[in-house]
Design a protein around this ligand. Structure first.
Ligand code: GLC
Length: 570
């Protein structure tokens, strides 16, 4: 395996200076984490007095600023969301000002900055990969909406929100474009998968080309982009306390256009969102058509995020009511039918089929013989997860990382389900984490099944790429989920594993193999979201109060929202 760069040699002042320069210089800490899990505090306290300049914590900021304007009517709601008040922590009582960064932390910040893209002099995003050695650029020189999210989180956590704001506004403008695949027009609300800035050195002008699916391999529109956009707008608002952006007519309209696409009524009998294969992070045919968990979890999180940002004018109220109704149905459906644990598996194993009428237990007519063999051994006595997909006579029993982490973060998972997801991760550590966190899905499709389901995709061979490959970018979502449910030690273990290889291997896009030991067959190096994902994981573990940017609390929220929605008057 190609060793890439050596670890940055850095101890003492040199490294610490670099770190200060490259990031975290104004991140704050409430260190309830340390109290929770016997964290090695001595390791985190630096010898130097780094990072001692503190702004108000992001949490404090958002709380105080959210008590004016739009937030007035959401006060109780936002309060329930505040990370410092999440049940897993007691708000910051202890002081630890900084931590000693791993040498690769500095390198990561520098690498991330090298990926910045400017439009007319302003940074508007980060390109997918800065792999100059790769002959095949394809579209990795573009700014992908989903790829930019961890970059955005890193910049927000580092007190650099402008780039995030520029990105949100730029993509909003692109949403306004007319989108066509051949002669067919896409819905107005569709957000691009990616865009590219074209610099004309002669005329000294910058222009933008965007892809809404009309250039993408397989011509699939990215259903996740719009959801990530809404989620990021909330993260920006929470992080900066700047409500004015979300309140602008343009942002309100952008949100409503996205919501119109996914709240429309039709022939659906389920509250989940029906999708084509390849419409999200897994952007090639992988048998995720139907109701993929990744999209359902992002849908849920985006709905909840929009709910706190929509204005309560006539139009806004209508959307709010529709969102509340959908959330209610969606959470019931997901928690009941997508959830799988030992008990549930045993029930399905004993299902009767061909039941008709309202009294049916096996509502979707899942045939027990369709349960794959691997699952019986894989399912621990303690633990569970949301399966990949549920539709008539079809349960995709594969485990998917992103959907399960986002289900925890959005509180789509009940607290018991969230703990069970972590129990399963611990019980099946070798399979799901192995030597590089973390598998995009488990297990891989092989042989005949691979041929039929992927259409013989040579990139998605077993244990490679989307088909059971290991993706470092997912580390940030895993870390956030672990912190949320009070088990940061799991994240620390995963980060330690990633740290031992990522820089040495030059930040690959993905790893291959059952244990994730090999740099992926066609993986790009210097893949931006691998870099940013690591940085965010690291910073979030250092400062758990930042979790609130991406996390939404449960009970306190669902019930009050539903009760209050009819009486909100602001
Ligand atoms: C691959 C991934 C996709 C990502 C893109 C750019 O196509 O499947 O999720 O957005 O690369 O990194």
């Amino acid at each position: 395996m190609d060793g890439g760069k050596d670890n940055v040699d850095g101890t003492g002042g040199g490294m610490l200076d670099g770190w200060k320069r490259s990031g975290l210089s104004n991140v704050n800490s409430h260190c309830s984490l340390a109290e929770m899990d016997g964290y090695d505090m001595s390791k985190l306290r630096t010898k130097s007095k780094l990072n001692s300049e503190r702004q108000r914590s992001y949490d404090e900021r958002s709380l105080s600023e959210l008590t004016s304007g739009l937030s007035k009517c959401l006060e109780g709601y936002e309060y329930a969301y505040s990370p410092g008040r999440a049940s897993a922590y007691s708000p910051g009582s202890c002081e630890w000002n900084s931590f000693e960064p791993h040498p690769i932390f500095v390198d990561a910040w520098e690498a991330l900055r090298r990926c910045l893209v400017n439009f007319r002099g302003q940074p508007v995003g980060t390109i997918a990969a800065c792999d100059h050695a790769s002959e095949e650029v394809l579209n990795y020189d573009q700014v992908f909406v989903r790829d930019f999210v961890p970059s955005a989180m890193a910049f927000l956590m580092n007190g650099e929100p402008d780039i995030v704001k520029n990105f949100l506004l730029k993509t909003l403008q692109l949403q306004g474009w007319e989108k066509k695949v051949d002669r067919f027009k896409l819905g107005e609300g569709a957000m691009p998968a990616s865009f590219k800035v074209l610099h004309d050195p002669v005329r000294k002008t910058d222009t933008i080309a965007a892809d809404f699916g009309e250039s993408a391999i397989g011509r699939v529109a990215p259903v996740d982009s719009g959801f990530w956009w809404i989620i990021l707008l909330r993260a920006y608002t929470k992080s900066t306390g700047d409500l004015s952006l979300a309140e602008t007519p343009d942002c309100q309209r952008g949100m409503k256009l996205i919501l119109t696409l996914c709240l429309s009524e039709g022939f659906d009998t389920f509250p989940t969102l029906l999708c084509a294969d390849g419409c999200s992070m897994i952007d090639r045919r992988m048998g995720i058509y139907g109701y993929p968990i990744e999209i359902q979890a992002l849908f849920f999180m985006a709905l909840r995020s929009a709910l706190v940002m929509l204005k309560h004018d006539d139009e806004g109220r209508d959307f709010i009511e529709r969102i509340v109704r959908r959330l209610h149905a969606l959470s019931f459906h997901m928690r009941s039918y997508f959830w799988l644990d030992f008990q549930q598996l045993n029930d399905i194993y004993r299902y009767k089929t061909e039941e008709y009428s309202h009294t049916a237990v096996n509502k979707f007519n899942v045939i027990p013989d369709s349960i794959p063999d691997w699952l019986f051994d894989f399912m621990p006595g303690r633990g569970g997860y949301f399966v990949g997909n549920v539709s008539p006579a079809r349960m995709d029993f594969r485990w998917f990382a992103l959907g399960n982490c986002v289900a925890i973060l959005s509180s789509l998972a009940t607290p018991d389900q969230a703990s069970a997801i972590m129990d399963l991760l611990e019980a099946r550590w070798d399979e799901l984490v192995g030597e590089m966190p973390i598998k995009i899905c488990y297990p891989a499709l092989d042989g005949h099944e691979w041929r039929i389901v992927t259409g013989c995709d040579p990139k998605n061979t077993r244990w490679s790429y989307h088909n059971g490959g290991s993706w470092p970018v997912l580390l940030w979502l895993l870390t956030a989920a672990c912190i949320k449910i009070g088990r940061p030690q799991i994240a620390r273990r995963a980060i330690d594993i990633a740290e031992s290889r990522l820089l040495k291997d030059s930040w690959p896009e993905y790893y291959d193999g059952k244990l994730g030991r090999y740099i992926g067959k066609q993986a790009r190096k210097y893949q931006t979201w691998s870099i940013a994902g690591y940085l965010v994981a690291k910073m979030m573990l250092e400062d758990p109060s930042t979790l609130g940017m991406i996390s939404l609390e449960e009970d306190k929220l669902m019930k009050p929202i539903i009760r209050r929605s009819s009486s909100w008057t602001c």
